[in-house]
Design a protein around this ligand. Structure first.
Ligand SMILES: Nc1ncnc2c1ncn2[C@@H]1O[C@H](COP(=O)(O)OP(=O)(O)OP(=O)(O)O)[C@@H](O)[C@H]1O
Ligand SMILES: [Mg+2]
Length: 576
């Protein structure tokens, strides 16, 4: 609750003016029936046209004031709630952007999308409703009850009987609706997740001819949502007719009992008209309150989900960095006894006491079977994950002691699962360096062996890439990603299987240009093919999370069995 006050403060005026203007409307609503009664009793009964005109005139005046109050109230209510939601959405999004890789593993993307859109809208609706009804519902209820009693206390007793019945009915409705709304929100989540996965992977789905499966999965999520909505709305649907029925019964009771009083001359006719209006107002205000409570139940469920995101602190931050201003000025890397698990409860670590050192400017190959922990190992250098035990030093300093910005400026990593973004090739490459000139871009692209194919595109560097880089080939995409990373001129360049889709000759050229373009940069090359790392200063062989050998190709061929196995299996393939 407290955290949300922050979003109220900047819009204080709207938050105050909204309800205040609503008071004008309430006062009008409460006074109008009384004036109507006076008009009937004094004006019409006595055929006093002067009185009728005066009274009618003031009623029109009040109606105008009510309209102004109503419009103003609605305007400020909407303004306050829309701004509130926009700021909340901004903050939530900002926090999501701060998430570490480990945090992202925890939330599904679909769920984050629901939280940022639908859930925040629920809260916005509640804020809007509260601003409009917070004063209005109780104000109208109390005002109408007082007026009813002042007008005719005996008749008002009917109200006292009806109100508790209605409150009980509303309580039952809310109890039924509350869990249904919570279930509804979960289903929205599930549907969003299904849609997201199907849309982002539409190519894979088509190539595996899994359309039917995905369709079935979507239909299931969709029909679950439909049922959930039906269950929730059945409750809502019964509310209005039920309240209508209660209102009619009450009005009939009032007219029947009031009519008798009129016949014996205890009550003027005009009062009965006014009285039925008050009864209607009492019931309407109760129904309004019930809607607010129902919406609160939805919004509370949503707020809980938003809080989960806001409370999720990135476990990787640079608050305790000892040298926040230090730039990475040396490309040496040292792993000291590094142990790591993705799931903290699992017994087998993904990396088990890994220690080795890379000198600045060296080219180091990392090789090992799939799942041996290569990607995980290098993720510690730019702090995509933090180690559980042990430490990683860059330039002799613990990576945690750099600011994240400086560390990641100094360490460029081409991810195994890399993507390009929608936008031109030039814009994409500029991610590496915002103010890069076209000359610079061309020269790194040339080194990454990308300039050749880009120049063949009709629009060259202006060529628009589709989302994720769909309109370039796998190998072209990898070369663009390498160029993007090289543009940073990092101290440490990590290529995680980044040339897997590039032919060996092109790959060799990329290696050559890396050597000449950035001789001082430490290059860490993860590869499946031994040919990719054969010339490296040293090769680290990983097996099942452990370093089983370090050395040059020739040394490893003599000393390390795992390396020999990889070598011979690849030779076999080439020969056979
Ligand atoms: N985000 C993650 N959450 C949980 N487990 C993970 C995650 N990423 C990797 N793992 C697990 O950690 C182990 C090491 O994975 P890693 O990606 O480091 O292997 P790799 O050597 O890079 O394999 P490949 O050659 O296939 O890229 C694997 O068993 C994998 O299942
Ligand atoms: Mg990997």
């Amino acid at each position: 609750m407290k955290r949300y006050m922050k979003y109220v403060k900047p819009y204080k005026t709207a938050f105050i003016l909204g309800p205040l203007l609503m008071i004008v409307e309430i006062l009008g609503e409460v006074i109008m029936p009384k004036l109507m009664a006076l008009l009937i009793n004094n004006g019409i009964a006595n055929k006093d046209s002067g009185y009728i005109a005066a009274m009618g005139g003031s009623m029109i005046g009040i109606a105008f004031l009510m309209m102004i109050g109503g419009i103003g109230g609605a305007y400020f209510g909407a303004k306050a709630s829309i701004n509130f939601a926009a700021d909340l959405r901004n903050d939530t999004f900002k926090n999501v952007q701060k998430f570490s890789f480990a945090n992202i593993d925890n939330f599904s993307t679909g769920s984050l999308v629901t939280r940022l859109t639908n859930d925040i809208t629920q809260i916005q609706n509640l804020v809007n409703m509260c601003l409009r009804m917070m004063l209005r519902a109780p104000g109208m209820l109390i005002g109408a009850i007082i007026m009813a009693f002042v007008m005719n206390a005996r008749l008002a007793v009917i109200v006292l009987i009806v109100v508790p019945i209605i409150i009980t009915l509303i309580a039952i409705i809310i109890r039924l609706a509350f869990p249904r709304f919570q279930a509804l929100q979960d289903r929205v989540d599930k549907l969003n997740s299904a849609i997201r996965e199907a849309l982002t992977n539409v190519r894979v789905i088509k190539s595996f001819v899994r359309d039917d499966f995905e369709k079935a999965k979507f239909e299931e999520a969709n029909s679950e949502l439909k049922e959930s909505s039906m269950r929730a709305f059945k409750v809502m649907i019964t509310t209005s007719p039920l309240m209508g029925l209660m209102m009619n019964i009450t009005t009939m009771a009032v007219v029947w009992y009031g009519g008798k009083q009129i016949l014996v001359g205890d009550m003027p006719v005009g009062d009965l008209t006014a009285f039925t209006s008050y009864v209607a107002q009492i019931l309407i205000s109760l129904v309004m309150s019930s809607f607010v409570i129902l919406q609160s139940s939805r919004a509370i469920a949503s707020a809980r989900r938003i809080n989960e995101v806001l409370d999720c602190e990135s476990d990787i931050n640079d608050e305790h960095a000892a040298f926040p201003d230090k730039l990475v000025d040396s490309g040496s890397v040292e792993f000291k006894n590094v142990t790591f698990r993705y799931y903290k409860e699992s017994t087998e670590p993904v990396l088990d006491h890994v220690s080795f050192k890379i000198e600045s400017g060296e080219t180091v190959g990392i090789i090992g079977s799939t799942g041996s922990g290569k990607t995980t190992l290098v993720s510690f250098i730019p702090r995509l994950y933090d180690t559980d035990e042990g430490e990683v030093l860059v330039g002799g300093i613990n990576v945690k002691d750099y600011s994240l910005k400086h560390l990641r400026d100094g360490v460029s990593m081409v991810l195994q699962k890399n993507v390009l973004f929608s936008g031109s090739i030039e814009e994409n490459l500029k991610w590496g360096k915002e103010d890069a000139t076209l000359e610079e871009i061309r020269s790194v692209a040339d080194m990454a062996q990308a300039d050749g194919f880009v120049s063949e595109f009709a629009e060259k560097y202006e060529t628009e890439l589709g989302q994720g880089g769909v309109n370039v080939s796998g190998g072209q995409k990898q070369r663009l990603c390498i160029a993007r990373a090289m543009l940073k001129k990092p101290k440490i360049l990590i290529l995680d299987d980044s040339t897997s889709a590039v032919d060996t000759a092109t790959e060799a050229r990329i290696r050559e240009s890396l050597k000449s373009y950035c001789p001082d940069t430490t290059k860490i090359i993860i590869a499946q093919r031994i040919s990719s790392v054969i010339e490296a200063d040293k090769i680290v062989v990983l097996d099942d999370g452990k370093v089983v050998g370090i050395g040059t190709h020739d040394e490893l061929m003599k000393s390390t069995e795992a390396y020999q196995e990889i070598y011979y299996s690849q030779m076999d393939k080439e020969v056979g």
